[in-house]
Design a binder for this molecule. Structure first.
Ligand code: DGL
Length: 269
């Protein structure tokens, strides 16, 4: 069990930001990543659809004998984590609770902003997680749907990105928040622009980094940390053409991706 891989899934490329943090913190852990690139984006789909996709993604990872599953996709975590935890027989970690916990720890004024896809914001998952941890907190949630295609286009640091960020974030500037949760896999790549718009008084919370810390703690607690001592390999699967994933994925992973394989998911009716 100890040497079995960690399974990580996302709607597409974005979860590579979570994998990158996990690999940095836990360099001896083997990983299997599944990007559901044929059906991305999840962020504009209904809860029912996101739940079905998440169950199919997790089943694929389970068939590869993973010891733990990370739902790296914020939209999948927000809408399907409870169901995944109920039906799977390995531990499942989502990105919402770790991000919420990090935000509550960082805030001084208790005024916390949350940005994410429409499906994440509509689910209210971040708000509930924050209020559970800190009932006195005031949350301000905002969907920023254009951020995902912007990042996929590689426009993370240009005038267009800056003006879109200004247009979206004005509402959160007016709310006088001191902490902002980047509640989407793609948003860490917009950190520079978001920080520029929100200013130095606002702490940006990266759910990816917070999640890696939770993964590490869980492996430790369950006694299933890989003890081989050698640098681990990472396997990548996608549901659409691996070529584009490999090309664009390097930007998200921060390291060259050498290859990815096509995954056949078993469909649920
Ligand atoms: N991975 C998704 C998330 O973190 C963003 C992309 C999508 O909409 O599928 O919410």
């Amino acid at each position: 069990m100890k040497n079995n891989p960690i399974g990580i899934f996302d709607s597409g490329l974005g979860g590579l930001t979570v994998l990158s943090e996990v690999a940095r913190l836990l360099p001896t852990e083997e990983t299997i990543y599944l990007g559901d690139t044929a059906r991305v984006p999840y962020g504009i789909k209904s809860k029912e659809t996101v739940v079905r996709y998440a169950l199919e993604d997790a089943a694929f990872l389970q068939s590869h004998k993973v010891k733990l599953i990370v739902a790296a996709c914020n939209t999948a975590s927000a809408n399907a984590l409870d169901i995944l935890q109920k039906v799977l027989n390995v531990p499942v970690i989502g990105v919402i609770e770790p991000g919420a916990r990090a935000a509550v720890k960082a805030t001084k004024t208790g005024r916390i902003g949350i940005i994410g896809t429409s499906a994440t914001i509509d689910s209210n998952a971040y708000t509930s997680a924050i209020v559970d941890l800190a009932p006195e907190a005031k949350t301000f949630a905002l969907a920023c749907p254009l951020f995902v295609p912007l990042v996929e286009e590689g426009w993370n640091d240009n005038e267009i990105a800056l003006s879109i960020a200004k247009k979206y974030l004005v509402e959160l500037q007016e709310a006088d928040i001191d902490t902002l949760v980047l509640g989407c896999t793609h948003y860490p790549l917009l950190k520079g622009i978001i920080a520029k718009v929100m200013g130095p008084g606002v702490t940006l919370i990266d759910s990816a980094a917070a999640t890696a810390t939770v993964v590490s703690a869980l492996l430790e607690k369950e006694g299933i940390k890989n003890s081989s001592g050698s640098n681990a390999s990472h396997a990548f699967f996608v549901t659409d053409s691996p070529d584009n994933f490999v090309k664009v994925g390097t930007r998200f992973f921060g390291k060259r991706l050498n290859c990815a394989s096509l995954a056949e998911l078993e469909r649920r009716s």
